[in-house]
Design a protein around this ligand. Structure first.
Ligand code: NAD
Length: 731
């Protein structure tokens, strides 16, 4: 046996080398500089050692085959643009990637048959290694995922994925997998032709060796007479590209460079021999890595998100806490969702409402979701029964005795919340904590009803709870670090992503998110045609246009929040152009949104919606498409949110740039291609951002006035990630 830093190589009696990938000190294999160095040496050994007749590459990790490229290494190399034509960094990026591609090419042309024995997850670079092998055998475990997910974090597969996948499957089947980063189960991978064989885990190596012994050392595309399945753009597959480009633009509005470049790699790459195709891929890969959007996306969508999930914001030195028994007050939409995700994590849940029928209805939500999962084959009857047995509906406070955590999700009403707090708090176990899921009421004021304000914290979920990944944790004035650590441990238990914010009106997410809708209403008040407002909203990369979104969250809710804010702020309230529109819609027209079937849109019974024609009587249209600057409207939508996020940062509502950016993307879907609102300001450059906002403030109102911090950053040439760089390692 030969050992390398990350691999071992063991030749059997038949001359088949078993190459086992097992990186020391890591729970999962990744394609890092050091594993690539080893692979290169191993490929040369296979090619030159006459004793080796063929090889099988497998993993020594129970966790899987390989999770892909080491993204922290990629983040370090990305972004910033080129300084000049001859920029060294560009050259290095290009050469390093071409080197990797030529190394994989050497693997498939070394003259000996190679198979990959895939025992678990094979993502990105991991799957690209397997694609460069002549055969792939996968363990037949339906939980295994195989994908080239690079596009999801703003990258493109740069290890030959854009060339081998279409050569193997044809462009029509390969493009969706490349553009959307779709994961395939082993069965799906077999059906589509990505892998050759499924086998029980214990037999994959033996099966792979059998294929190597009887197989050839030639990839399909290196055989004489090979033709791309389905043809190229110049033959039968032309429509795949023309329709594909149109669809891509419809979905991405040109915001995501990765998808566009992936399309080009496939289109151009399959017209030429594979080695030229690999060079084309490398060229686009380099171009993409230099795009600041890629850097921002890798950082927020992958690195920061992972750091927050691992507890980067958890106070250090606090002992680990496990919630065994959870009490939920209020079995409505939110309570029912929290019960579901908690029981799924194996936590015993007591679900309390004012009467048993309401509590039962809350549990019925879990029954519905689990039945759906069962019908789709995603769970088993035993698992369903086990999860449901963990949820006890009740109206009896006594059932809450011994809870490690109680989360309140009753009506958004101070009195009701105070009453349930007082009744349930004494039932907490020693060391137990109390969380409120309020969306708007300041935590410090709700904690006044508590006997132990230091144990009282905001645990703000998003709807629908089972789909939304974010939990906004809100510190009241008296909340202790111990309580924060415990709340974060609970969020980790249910596998969600926490951000930590300080108490303030609307906390972080609701406060910033409101500005997007507000800007749409301001444009409406300016006489801009509603369809233009909605289309431009979509073009920014926000998941929904602003008027449709306002219908979705309900206009009466916006109305109530405004009334309350006016009351609370008195003279300090700054009226917005949206106020009179919302007032008319709610007070005199009763058009309160989707739930009433009418708001800015009319909703048909089949769920289809159409902009309400009467809107133009309420607010006359004075500006059509030839009288608006679309780019400026796009900037207004994004900058107004980014300004609010920056204010939250300056006021200390958010204290970590990762919380702001990840919270914005996961919480209200802030245009992911920007990497988040603070990343957007960094990308535009604070100086240009401030100049643009000053101009907007003159034209559209004080709401665009940049805060002091932004002006200071603009003056000093600082950025958020430069000046407030978070600690990289998880606490
Ligand atoms: P909901 O009206 O669907 O549910 C509230 C539940 O609380 C009802 O089942 C009601 O019977 C019950 N309840 C009322 N008084 C009670 C009492 N005294 N004791 C026990 N149960 C009582 O409301 P929801 O949308 O689930 O919202 C609940 C809380 O979550 C609110 O504070 C809301 O602001 C917050 N929230 C809502 C959302 C959302 O999108 N709906 C998102 C985040 C947070």
């Amino acid at each position: 046996m030969t050992t390398y830093e990350n691999f071992s190589l063991d030749i059997d009696a038949d001359g088949i080398a078993l190459i086992t990938w097992d990186m020391p000190g890591r729970s999962m294999n990744v394609l890092s500089a050091s594993s690539m160095g080893d692979l290169e040496a191993i490929i040369e050994r296979i090619a030159s050692d006459a004793a080796i007749k063929g090889a099988v590459i497998t993993s020594g990790k129970a966790s899987g085959f390989c999770a892909g490229a080491d993204l922290s290494m990629m983040a370090g190399n990305s972004g910033g643009g080129a300084d000049s034509e001859g920029d060294d960094r560009v050259k290095k990026l290009y050469e390093n990637n071409l080197h990797l591609n030529m190394m994989f090419r050497r693997l498939e042309t070394c003259g000996k048959p190679i198979a990959a024995a895939i025992n678990g997850v094979a993502m990105g670079g991991g799957l690209e290694v397997a694609l460069a092998c002549h055969y792939r055998v996968v363990s037949d475990n339906p939980k295994i995922q195989m994908a080239l997910p690079e596009a999801k974090v703003g990258l493109l597969p740069g290890g030959g994925g854009t060339q081998r996948l279409p050569r193997l499957l044809g462009a029509a089947k390969a493009l969706p997998l490349l553009l959307q980063g779709t994961s395939l189960s082993p069965q799906e991978a077999l059906e589509i032709g990505l892998v050759h064989k499924l086998a029980p885990a214990a037999q994959i190596v033996a099966e792979a060796k059998a294929l190597v012994k009887s197989g050839e050392a030639v990839q399909p595309w290196d055989k004489k007479g090979y033709k791309i399945p389905g043809g190229t753009a110049h033959t039968s597959a032309g429509s795949v590209f023309t329709i594909g480009v149109a669809q891509l633009h419809k979905q991405s509005h040109g915001n995501y460079p990765a998808q566009k470049y992936i399309m080009s790699c496939v289109y151009e790459g399959i017209l030429v021999p594979i080695e030229a195709g690999l060079r084309i891929e490398t060229r686009y890969f380099t171009k993409l890595m230099l795009d600041p959007r890629s850097k921002a996306m890798i950082r927020s969508l992958f690195l920061s998100m992972q750091e927050l999930q691992k507890g980067a914001r958890r106070p250090a030195g606090q002992p680990a806490f496990t919630v065994r028994k959870l009490g939920i007050l209020g079995a409505g939409m939110m309570g029912a969702g929290i019960a579901y995700v908690s029981a799924q994590a194996g936590i015993e849940v007591v679900l309390l409402d004012t009467d048993l029928a309401k509590a039962d209805k809350g549990k019925a939500y879990s029954v519905k979701l689990l039945d759906k999962a069962l019908a789709k084959g995603r769970t088993t009857e035993e698992k369903v029964a086990q999860t449901l047995s963990l949820i006890t509906p009740t109206s009896d406070y006594e059932a809450l005795r011994g809870c490690d955590l109680i989360i309140e999700a009753v009506f958004e009403n101070r009195q009701v919340k105070a009453e349930v707090t007082q009744k349930s708090e004494p039932m907490l176990a020693d060391g137990g904590i109390y969380g409120s899921n309020t969306s708007t009421l300041p935590i410090t004021s709700l904690a006044e009803a508590s006997r132990k304000a230091e144990n009282f914290i905001g645990i703000h979920f998003f709807s629908p709870v089972d789909k939304m990944q974010l939990v906004e944790i809100i510190m009241g004035q008296a909340t202790s670090q111990e309580t924060l650590a415990k709340a974060m441990d609970y969020v980790k238990q249910i596998k969600k992503t926490p951000i930590v914010v300080q108490d303030s009106r609307g906390f972080f997410t609701s406060r910033c998110f409101g500005t997007y809708i507000g800007e749409g209403l301001a444009m409406l008040a300016e006489g801009i045609k509603p369809a233009i407002i909605e289309n431009v909203g979509r073009m920014t990369g926000m998941p929904m246009p602003p008027l449709a979104l306002n219908d979705e969250v309900a206009l009466d809710l916006s109305y109530k929040v405004r009334q309350q804010t006016k009351k609370d702020l008195g003279d300090k309230y700054v009226p917005t152009p949206a106020d009179p529109i919302i007032e008319k819609m709610v007070e005199s027209l009763g058009r309160i949104g989707k739930k009433a079937g009418k708001g800015f849109y009319d909703y048909a019974s089949d769920g289809k919606k159409k902009l309400w024609p009467g809107l133009s009587d309420l607010v006359p249209v004075t500006r059509d498409i030839d009288d608006v600057d679309v780019e400026e409207l796009k900037q207004r939508f994004l900058y107004i949110q980014a300004l609010e996020a920056a204010r939250c940062f300056e006021e200390g509502v958010v204290t970590d740039v990762r919380d702001a950016d990840v919270g914005a993307i996961l919480g209200w879907g802030f245009a992911p291609w920007t990497g988040g609102p603070l990343s957007l300001i960094d990308m535009v450059g604070p100086r240009v951002f401030v100049e643009t906002c000053d101009r907007f403030a003159q034209k559209y109102g004080e709401r665009f006035k940049p805060s002091k911090l932004l002006r200071d950053m603009a003056e000093k040439g600082d950025t958020f990630y430069g000046r407030f760089a978070p600690q990289k390692a998880a606490a």
